[in-house]
Design a protein around this ligand. Sequence first.
Ligand code: GTP
Ligand code: MG
Length: 455
Amino acid sequence: MTEAKSSENLFAVVVHPAIRGEEGLRDPEARLEEAVGLAAAIDLEVVASEIAPVVKPRPATLMGAGKVEEIKARLDGFEPRPALVIIDGALTPVQHRNLERELNAKVLDRTALILEIFGDRAQTAEGRLQVDLAHLNYQRSRLVRSWTHLERQRGGAGFLGGPGERQIESDRRALDDKIVRLKKKLEDVRRTRTLQRAKRKRAPHPIVALVGYTNAGKSTLFNRLTHSRVMAEDLLFATLDPTMRAIDLPSGVGAILSDTVGFISDLPTQLVAAFRATLEEVLEADVIVHVRDIAHPDSDAQRADVVKVLGELGIKGEDSRPVIEALNKIDLLDEDERLDVEAIARLSQTGEPGTLAAPVRAAISAETGEGVAHLLDLIEEALTAEHETVTIRLPSPFGAARAWLHDRADILDETPSGEDMIITARLSKKTEGQFFKLYPDAIVAADDDLSEKRA
Ligand SMILES: Nc1nc2c(ncn2[C@@H]2O[C@H](COP(=O)(O)OP(=O)(O)OP(=O)(O)O)[C@@H](O)[C@H]2O)c(=O)[nH]1
Ligand SMILES: [Mg+2]
């Protein structure tokens, strides 16, 4: 087989190393299935998949020699011989290199696989730059040639066999140069986006962010709520670039809904860093809706992963932002499970705003629409709790304070009162707090201040 041909061979074998003591909450079968899904997300043809129990990780090859032999024999049994082995775990550079040599196949570990998917999906300039940067950093940390979209762009020379030392040195220098250039470009793009964000923030509409594990149903819910058709598929990481649309809440108040990239367990650190900026949009949200696939066997572990990433982004348990969990896909549950989930949801609806640790929950099916109207009510409730209408008396000169409020709040009324200005505004409690700290001369106007004026 020629080298050019080998890069077209998209047959793959997927191995999930189940390391004793590291299984955590997860079901290895579900993990294997997820890994096969990840492989399918970049159009690999998975011909076989298996769980490899690992009692004690070996520094050289992670799995035991017997297991490696077995996988090799398995590869030999296929015609054509699969060119790729996916190891659904983290490999050290040494393990990576040794496995490629011993299996005589290209090996992708979980990080590399997710990087590949992101490379395929990224649409926006920023998304592409983030992925390229993550990829380069990963490559640099390995110093083995990896089968990357960058390499494919270069013409897809054969990926088997390691490069020579001198090649590595010059590759490393080339990588460093590229990394510097990319970082600079990314900064430029980010500056533009920060400006756009600042503009959007001035819009009085509150922002509702959908977050959740990949494939939980965020885009399906987004489409239902916004009557649009963003890509929603049974595909991991179908959405990569954030999308925003306007929605109307039950009372007619407008809001902006944003669909974001899905989370996954063991999200490569390079990618968490790369997508931080994108996910930071979530931090700007007034309400966070965490969409969960409640019919998934690993639903609880997935929740823990999402909560962890949100925590890393700075949304901690005590963060005041309301969190609502949409327990999605209830149509897939049997009668008993469904009653359980509905009871859990009812118990959480205490009238108090939810938090990351103790969210308000709603049982829904984004597919059939069941429960979605109620979810909207809860979103509206959370927004109302978060925002209030205040009437403020601004003593003269009020120019700066007034401009500040116009930038950040929804101004409902302005009435001059002698030298002063009385403003009625709708704003979040946080903004309100900031305002009174900045402008201590402003006072909350007595109710009759306004009526007197108007009379
Ligand atoms: N049965 C059922 N399937 C659903 C429901 N909601 C979503 N799905 C399916 O779940 C799959 C994933 O849905 P998406 O909306 O693409 O999920 P996502 O969270 O946006 O996924 P990523 O963009 O990959 O992070 C699709 O096949 C949907 O049709 C639901 O309520 N019930
Ligand atoms: Mg999506």
